[in-house]
Design a protein around this ligand. Structure first.
Ligand code: ZN
Length: 65
């Protein structure tokens, strides 16, 4: 009987540790989806997809000019 209780405890601990370990990854993805506005057409897009030129952000190379 004790073996079953130990097994359940171990599974619960592994599950909790796995959940805690995933949290930092979520924070990183939130940072990478920070939105910026295109200086040319006011389109909002993720920083990772935007093109930076000095202090300004653009949605595409065409709008950079
Ligand atoms: Zn644009």
């Amino acid at each position: 009987m004790y073996q079953i209780l130990i097994l359940i405890t171990v599974i619960a601990l592994v599950y909790l540790i796995a959940r805690l370990a995933r949290k930092p990854k979520v924070n990183i993805s939130e940072k990478s989806t920070e939105m910026v506005k295109c200086k040319n057409c006011d389109l909002n897009l993720p920083k990772s997809e935007a093109i930076q030129s000095g202090e300004n952000w653009f949605c595409s190379e065409a709008h950079k000019d």
